[in-house]
Design a protein around this ligand. Structure first.
Ligand code: MG
Length: 363
């Protein structure tokens, strides 16, 4: 708690801090905007922001009604969309019908069967008046990502009056104002006369937009994570729970400190483990029924590990790019390895123990 108070004294206006964080772009790997020749954007949920949760509710109802019309039980009609239930990156276990939240190694963090938890279209108005196409050098639709980042499909020209595709494969140079359909990332880089590393691609889909463009083409990547706004708020509010989890970890290390392979006594750690589980659950509940998009207690999700590995930058919205100059150097924060964290923990433990001799663990 003492640490939290110190943090807050640096930022007297709590509301301001949250707003600023929400406008920030976070850096996994350093990147200088000066080297970027092309900015690419995905459309759905990146450039086109839908009204949420109304849009998702509509999708839910259309799918639900369609399922009933093709023979699923009428009972499912009583369900409505609950935005607090799902989080992105969940895995469907098709064998047992479970919904799983997993870490990067596939270990299960949270599991639900139906709604019981097992232990252990509206585009923003205004876009049509001035042609949005005038803001882009190249527009490609129906790209069929992630196929686009591999073999791709045939590139065709779209007749912007009728919306129909022109017959035949498009060959020739890039024409301003032309809308294309299909193609591949190779064709696009050729048309733009740039290399993969010259492109900063912004998208909301961790697999189709980010993982594939990074892994197969070496594009610079920017992941849009709209959930980050809520994640930041909850993190600020519940950071004390995470701090307590860290302290318990240090406490656990203390218990084993003077034991070695010759020790016969086995310390009883069940109370600490129970407390760790309770803290994890308390943190998870603050985010929603499935917990945070990025972690469960001290453990990070598969989504979080893919985000760190494949997205150079990430932020709650692509428009946060407007807060940075075009020659900005995004510098990644230093990441500590476990042995370095270990050395730091020892220092922290020493200061903790000296400042708080009566540290006790309660259920
Ligand atoms: Mg999208």
């Amino acid at each position: 708690m003492e640490e939290m108070d110190t943090d807050h004294s640096t930022y007297p206006d709590d509301g301001r801090l949250k707003t600023e964080l929400d406008e920030k772009i976070f850096v996994n790997r350093s990147l200088t905007l000066e080297d970027i020749k092309c900015y690419g954007f995905d459309m759905d949920y990146t450039l086109a922001i839908y009204k949420s949760p109304e849009y998702e509710s509509m999708g839910f109802e259309l799918i639900r009604d369609r399922m009933v019309s093709i023979g699923y039980p009428h009972e499912i009609l009583r369900y409505t969309y609950d935005p607090s239930f799902p989080t992105r990156g969940l895995v469907v276990d098709t064998t047992y019908g479970n919904l799983l939240k997993v870490d990067s190694n596939g270990n299960i963090l949270v599991c639900s069967h139906g709604f019981s938890f097992l232990k252990g279209l509206t585009i923003q108005p205004g876009a049509e008046k001035q042609s949005w196409r005038s803001f882009f050098d190249l527009i490609v639709v129906d790209t069929r990502k992630p196929l686009f980042f591999g073999e791709g499909t045939v590139l065709r020209q779209v007749d912007t009056h009728t919306g129909k595709l022109r017959i035949g494969t498009y060959v020739g140079d890039l024409q301003n104002g032309t809308v294309y359909s299909g193609g591949s990332s190779d064709i696009v880089t050729d048309l733009l006369n740039v290399k993969g590393k010259d492109i900063l691609y912004v998208g909301d889909h961790i697999f189709g937009d980010i993982l594939k463009s990074k892994k197969r083409q070496g594009w610079k990547t920017f992941l849009v994570v709209p959930e980050l706004t809520k994640e930041l708020c909850v993190w600020e509010d519940k950071k004390n729970l995470f701090d307590e989890l860290k302290h318990l970890d240090i406490f656990l290390a203390e218990l084993y400190k003077h034991l070695d392979s010759g020790s016969r006594d086995c310390p009883d750690i069940s109370t600490i483990q129970k407390r760790m589980r309770a803290l994890t659950q308390k943190m998870d509940t603050a985010y929603g029924q499935m917990g945070s998009l990025l972690r469960s207690g001290a453990r990070q999700t598969l989504f979080a590990s893919q985000l760190m590995r494949y997205a150079d930058l990430y932020s709650s919205t692509c428009s946060n790019l407007l807060h940075y100059p075009f020659n900005y150097l995004f510098l990644a924060p230093p990441v500590l390895m476990p042995h370095e964290v270990g050395a730091q923990s020892l220092d922290l433990a020493a200061s903790q123990l000296s400042s708080n001799n009566n540290h006790t663990i309660r259920n």
